[in-house]
Design a protein around this ligand. Sequence first.
Ligand code: SRM
Ligand code: SF4
Length: 573
Amino acid sequence: MADILPPTDRNCDISQPLERLSPDETLKAESEQLRGTIALGLLDRITSAVPGNDIKLMKFHGIYQQDDRSVRDERRRQKLEPAFQFMIRVRLPGGACTTERWLKISELACKHGNETLRMTTRQTFQFHWVLKHDIVPVIRGLHEVLLDTVAACGDDSRGVMATVSPQFPALQAELAVLAKTVSDHVIPKTRAYHEIWYGEERVASSEPEEPFYGQTYMPRKFKIGFVIPPNNDIDIYAQDLGYIAIVGKDEKIEGFNVAIGGGMGRTDKAPHTYPRTASVIGFITPDRLTAITEAVMGVQRDYGNRADRSRARFKYTIDDKGLDWIKLAIEDRAGSLEPVRPYNFTSNADIYGWVKSEDGFHHFTLFIENGRLNRDTLDKIAQIAHAHKGHFRLTPNQNLMIANVAAADKSEIEALLMETGLIALNERSVLRLNSMACVALPTCGLAMADSERYLPHLITKIEKILARHNLQNEPITLRMTGCPNGCSRPFIAEIGLTGRAPGKYNLYLGGGFHGQRLNRLYRENIGETVILDTLDEVLGRYAAERLPGEHFGDFTIRAGIIREVTEGRFSND
Ligand code: SRM
Ligand code: SF4
């Protein structure tokens, strides 16, 4: 593994004079490597919240303070503080989860998380509704199965994703290991987490606690993912740094194409913000992975915008400095990249049901609508976990793969899927199986409209439209969010809906079927009736005018319904 590079001059970009740094930069610098007053705030029993600055610092520990927005007004009327509770996100590189870990997580969710659990769009778990005094038991419970929540949020490298597509078991297992290696390499090294959550003593040292991140960490979150074509299940073009495996004739990974600068979030009516699909800049051999990761992250660490958080993601650094400049800066730190190697994606969906891989194992992908698990489903999956000798993988589309079922055990797992009724979850329309929604209301503080709670109902209505146009078997990607931050990656869906206000959404069309192209705003701030009427019209045209094999997103562009987005920065034009 490559040595960790010493931090170069923090904020060395001369365009960022110290006095103009955003307040978050000062907070990080003064936090004593993410300690702040978190430990003290947890002891305060008068409030169910934590102090303002600690709210931000706790994100680096994977914990978000939220409040139940459905009772906000009522509590204000009663002069009560908001119903504070916490969301806790687990770090789970590549979504790989043993059955032992699953059972522990499920137990913690039932005990401390209001009997609900969420599988996220980046292949991990989120506990919701955790009360302040329950945070430590959750974190320590996770520790019992050697899991933690370090850097699941915050200005650092977030959960590293890795494909779950089961066709190439050996390669997939290799990628899962690489995702873990990269994740371990780039997570913060501060002992703050151990002290605050496990109660360990602080040990004095003359060595810097964060050799790579320094005191101010990254300018903003940074996301890494690994994929094996042809299935782009992790949405490589939405990652800050993506590695596309190039597989040789001998079925071995020759190396990776390096993709940089993907990201989804935008702010409505703020054209200086936009989603961007990652640019593929070169090829590297596997031995260069950690060095290149450090170089790419180092460039963003040193040149990312630390004055304006709305422009702090790597995608903007790239567009501000120029792709060629950034590539040179990376090469300057880690050597030349080889020319991009050919690759081809065909889909970004999960493959449902049983798939047999070349090594003789069977894998069952179970549809979990929007990744939400309630008590009933948790109990049913626990039955499978007790019997299953393989492991689980959380998919990038919020679903669950029961992985590595030996041929001799398949009938037992199948019987359990039938007995529990879980198998019926897969008997859904193609549209529903290709849909995703973010959490949104009532827990997400940024939500402007419902998403996870509403999309299932909207889909039922769209299914009728599809049936009328005989399109019910057409795979069309549909993704919804409660705001334009893009947590379900809606801006690369063929149909994207992002919340504007309660019951109102922006409708985007023209995204690429396998996540390769951004969509564009088609109708703004519309309610259900207009959404359905608009889709009825456009889908009707698709049914009548499409070419053989033509995907819906491609059709909307060819038919002149929407203008193609060639680059993110022009997506608001
Ligand atoms: Fe996200 C913020 C949920 C994947 C872009 N995201 C949030 C917060 C933490 C709201 C907040 O800041 O207070 C949400 C918590 C809601 C709740 O109640 O749980 C939240 N994001 C999620 C999850 C749980 C959605 C889901 O339904 O699965 C996903 C957790 C992923 C994980 O396991 O780490 C999630 N978020 C994403 C993705 C998709 C991805 O990474 O592949 C994106 C788009 C890609 C990107 O980062 O550009 C995404 N989330 C955002 C943004 C916009 C960031 C930006 O720079 O533009 C925010 C807001 C922010 O950071 O200021 C945000
Ligand atoms: Fe919350 Fe917006 Fe992300 Fe949905 S897209 S979870 S509403 S931040």
